[in-house]
Design a protein around this ligand. Structure first.
Ligand code: HEM
Length: 215
């Protein structure tokens, strides 16, 4: 166990934990997005998706939730530690660093988009997960939430943050796992950006659709 603690707290270990937990979140996001997009097929399709999910994966869902919580905490704590270590290692002013080679909007804003996503996910869980679901179902919660322009704008901003965070995060995870070949680097980078845009647009389309068509 000792070797594991030493490895995981080393610089490479921390980056591997960030990359692994980050990619697990990407898998969750893919499943979550496809599930939520059933709203475009109508109320019945959306509700039967939610019901099926809970009925046929009765044990898998609580287990996945525990993993999501542990991975989320690891991602936040290790991300914070790496951010502080980077600040200490490069005590050069932001103005000098911001034009350094290879920096993109996504990479330069990772700590800020990460913090925004933490706030978003906390509020999102309060609104959709830790809520009474006897007198209301997921569909009515969605409609009541996205009836409100404030929520719609907040979700759109959060999805911009998600897209920016992933546009660098996906690429960076592949680099950490050593998937780094001059022939494929361009493809991985562009693929990561394309996926990030699809996630952001896909999720943002839901509040916009509900606000404009179902409210
Ligand atoms: C417009 C966008 C989104 C909509 C409409 C939406 C909708 C929902 C709904 C209805 C639930 C409750 C599901 C249930 O009780 O089974 C939920 C849970 C959740 N959502 Fe979202 N979501 C959105 C975006 C996101 C994003 C971008 C993330 C993460 C980055 C996220 C993370 C979660 C998590 C972690 C849960 C709890 C899952 C569980 O405990 O089973 N959601 N969401």
């Amino acid at each position: 166990m000792n070797w594991f603690i030493i490895f995981i707290t080393s610089s490479v270990g921390k980056k591997l934990v960030m990359a692994f937990t980050g990619l697990c979140f990407v898998l969750f996001i893919i499943v979550h997005l496809f599930g939520n997009l059933t709203i475009f097929l109508g109320k019945e399709s959306f509700l039967s998706y939610v019901e099926d999910l809970h009925r046929s994966h009765k044990y898998l869902i609580p287990l996945a939730e525990v993993f999501l919580l542990i991975f989320g905490l690891l991602h936040i704590v290790f991300g914070l530690v790496l951010y502080i270590q980077n600040l200490k290692a490069r005590p050069i002013s932001y103005n000098l660093r911001k034009n350094a080679g290879g920096r993109t909007v996504g990479s330069g804003t990772m700590p800020y988009t990460g913090l925004f996503l933490l706030i978003f996910i906390s509020l999102h869980l309060v609104r959709f997960r830790f809520v009474e679901k006897i007198t209301q179902n997921d569909f009515t919660i969605l409609i009541n939430t996205f009836n409100n322009l404030g929520y719609v704008i907040f979700y759109i901003l959060a999805m911009v943050a998600l897209g920016l965070h992933l546009s660098h995060g996906i690429w960076s995870s592949f680099q950490t796992f050593g998937v780094n070949h001059p022939k494929y680097n361009g493809l991985i980078e562009k693929g990561g950006i394309l996926l990030s845009i699809l996630f952001a647009v896909g999720f943002a389309s839901i509040p916009i659709y509900i606000f404009t068509k179902l409210s």
